[in-house]
Ligand binder design. Structure first.
Ligand code: DC
Length: 224
């Protein structure tokens, strides 16, 4: 079984390349950000402050999260409901980031993430995969890009989903979210010491995927 960890800030293209690599390798892609987004969504639906650790922790027993795969696509169900793109809005990004700083939330999601990697070869993307979730991963990648490139990509993604925002707003939100994610006390979003850092600012998704496929081959012998 293979474990590949891809961490890095928002908009670095982690999910795009992780999905492409998973398809090439025939392994499972796990988008862990979706789990935090799902908790953020529930907290929002209950009108609870996502920065209030006591109130958020009190909601956790009401939450059942299930990861499913349909035609190779990950589906996250919250108490039996597939939330689809409802967790992809800028507001849900901020809710996810806020709840992800709460230790009880991270503990709540730990087994879901480790269990799937116990049963399947995986490529998992997130913020603490190489540092906390899969510390013995075969390959650890820290994917990043300039703030401007990442904000432009996020804008394009949101536009494609019909969500209108300005570039300036996306850039400011992104910088604030990265600051919060990388400076929190538990599992801050940082590169694992043994991760290979990749700046893909000037690469197309295909070029980046090809580079990472070479890295996977050199570390595991698996041909992506
Ligand atoms: O990858 P994303 O943008 O969907 O993640 C949303 C938020 O969830 C992100 O701002 C921080 C948090 N997160 C985390 O703390 N740890 C992870 N492994 C994945 C996401």
């Amino acid at each position: 079984m293979i474990q590949i960890a891809i961490d890095g800030p928002s908009g670095a293209g982690k999910s795009t390349v992780a999905k492409a690599l998973a398809a090439k390798l025939g392994i499972v892609y796990v988008d862990t950000g979706a789990l935090y987004r799902t908790i953020g969504y529930y907290v929002r639906s209950k009108n609870v402050d996502p920065k209030d650790p006591v109130a958020v922790e009190a909601l956790l027993p009401e939450i059942e999260i299930e990861l499913k795969y349909e035609n190779g696509t990950q589906i996250v169900c919250l108490n039996g409901e597939n939330l689809g793109d409802k967790i992809r809005t800028p507001e849900m990004s901020m809710y996810a980031s806020a709840v992800s700083a709460i230790p009880a939330v991270r503990a709540f999601l730990l087994d879901t993430q480790r269990d799937i990697a116990k049963k399947n070869s995986v490529i998992m993307d997130g913020r603490d995969i190489g540092t906390v979730i899969l510390p013995n991963a075969d390959v650890k990648i820290y994917l990043t890009a300039s703030n401007e490139c990442r904000a432009q990509r996020r804008c394009d993604e949101l536009k494609a989903k019909g969500i209108e925002t300005s570039y300036e707003e996306v850039l400011a939100d992104m910088i604030e979210r990265d600051r919060a994610d990388s400076t929190r006390e538990v599992a801050p979003a940082v590169a694992a010491p043994d991760a290979v850092t990749f700046d893909n600012s000037w690469m197309t998704p295909d070029e980046c995927t090809a580079k990472l496929a070479e890295l996977v081959l050199s570390k595991t012998g698996a041909r992506a």
